[in-house]
Write a protein that binds this ligand. Structure first.
Ligand SMILES: Nc1c(NC[C@H](O)[C@H](O)[C@H](O)CO)[nH]c(=O)[nH]c1=O
Ligand SMILES: CC(=O)[C@@H](O)COP(=O)(O)O
Length: 158
């Protein structure tokens, strides 16, 4: 369902497990920092709202979304980390670079999740324009960071 039909920040809190004892790594891309910082704030606040403690939320920055997979692996391999949330924003430019980054990071994050058998969440926006990104980072379509955090919560309550 497209984001314009389902707000990214809407979720039911029924049957969600309390995250009081869970430890999270949030890996954030520096590219398009205005957007990714908004995604981070949404993810952080959603985890806190579901019982996570600030001491159990670790933030790590990587240069770009392509590096999210490496950052996710470095965090997922830590035994004490229960879930990793990857946040980025890849905006379509004039060339096919967009396609290669999006494909690489989607596959890379999936591989890390399966390799370490723990949730590694794909919280990466892949818009055509800056405005589409802003609309999904706390704008009219909600916040992808909220969605990524609640996805981690749901997976930990599987
Ligand atoms: N154009 C965007 C990038 N490009 C940088 C890559 O992610 C990567 O850091 C570089 O290719 C070196 O490996 N990254 C984004 O996150 N968003 C973009 O729009
Ligand atoms: C996704 C990108 O790397 C992109 O922003 C780069 O822009 P361009 O394709 O015009 O070089």
């Amino acid at each position: 369902m497209a984001s314009n039909l389902k707000n990214l920040s809407d979720y039911s809190d029924k049957n969600l497990t309390d995250m009081g004892k869970k430890k999270f790594a949030i890996v954030v891309s520096e590219w398009n920092e205005e957007v990714t910082e908004s995604l981070y704030q949404g993810a952080y606040e959603t985890l806190i709202a579901n019982g996570a403690t600030k001491e159990n939320i670790i933030k790590k920055m990587v240069p770009g979304s392509f590096e999210l997979s490496m950052g996710a692996q470095w965090m997922a391999q830590k035994e004490e980390i229960d879930a990793v949330i990857c946040l980025g924003c890849v905006i379509q430019g004039e060339t096919r670079h967009f396609d290669f980054i999006c494909d690489a990071v989607a596959h890379g994050i999936t591989n890390v999740s399966l390799k370490y058998n723990k949730p590694v969440i794909f919280g990466v926006l892949t818009p055509n324009t800056q405005q589409q990104a802003l609309d999904r980072a706390g704008g009219k379509h909600g916040n992808k960071g909220d969605e990524a955090a609640i996805t981690a919560v749901k997976m930990l309550g599987f």
